[in-house]
Design a protein. Structure first.
Length: 242
């Protein structure tokens, strides 16, 4: 399993316990609300909402939850009090970590995140300390039980603008420039190919291989950060064996 593989992360989240899945539902709902607040309820002209809805679908968020989140955004409610931040830091063995933050109290969040880094052998860094190691990419995941013809899928996505496609065992992971997101999404939909995940995320240029205690600490750090209510997304550049 690699820390940066979207398919590996999807499988981990599918196996998460109810408490963690409850947090995932809350965070995605908050993201939908903010997206609607900023750009309206039509995903056609609101890329942020489109991505949030895609994430909701891949995480099997109930339609009623999605509807309530959209209504909150249209109702100009709590969403106005949230602040968006990006935190950067280092995990065990110098691994790079970036966090998308959505908080109503930046002092509380900074203290909580700093404590988690310290607890698992890392430290919160300054702005820009690791951001240069990552690039923003569109990532699509197609499970082989949905579509298993690798050559045909590769042809479809390359024609739509994809940069690369990797075999992740029981799924294909497609990488592209964010500007190609709509074209690839449309090309897959036209062929009736459903995605397990479709998002714009941060991908590391290179990875750090971890094993033993360092790998365990890094996994525990990532889990702890994802459980924090104010952390929307965790990006890292580590890689481990199963």
């Amino acid at each position: 399993m690699s820390g940066h593989s979207k398919w590996a992360n999807i499988k981990r989240k599918k196996g998460a316990n109810d408490a963690i899945r409850g947090k995932i539902t809350t965070k995605i709902g908050r993201e939908i609300t903010i997206a609607v607040r900023m750009g309206g309820a039509d995903p056609t002209g609101n890329m942020r909402l489109k991505l949030a809805l895609s994430k909701a679908k891949s995480n099997n968020i109930p339609k009623d939850n999605i509807k309530r989140a959209i209504e909150k955004g249209l109702g100009n409610s709590e969403s106005g009090s949230y602040e968006e931040l990006m935190y950067e830091g280092y995990g065990p063995a110098g691994t790079a970590v970036m966090l998308d933050i959505l908080t109503d109290n930046r002092n509380r969040t900074a203290a909580d995140v700093r404590h988690l880094f310290s607890r698992f052998g890392g430290n919160l860094g300054q702005d820009g300390c690791v951001a240069w190691m990552f690039k923003k990419k569109a990532i699509f995941v197609v499970e082989k039980e949905v579509f298993d013809d690798e050559d045909a899928l590769l042809e479809i996505v390359l024609e739509a603008g994809a940069e690369d496609m990797k075999d992740e065992g029981d799924a294909f992971e497609i990488t592209a420039d964010p500007d190609a997101y709509d074209a690839i999404e449309s090309a897959l939909a036209e062929k009736g190919i459903e995605t397990a995940s479709a998002e714009i995320t941060m991908v590391p240029d290179n990875t750090v291989k971890l094993s033993g205690a360092d790998a365990e600490k890094m996994q525990n750090l990532e889990d702890a950060l994802e459980e924090n209510d104010d952390v929307q997304n965790v990006y890292s550049n580590y890689e481990t064996e199963d």
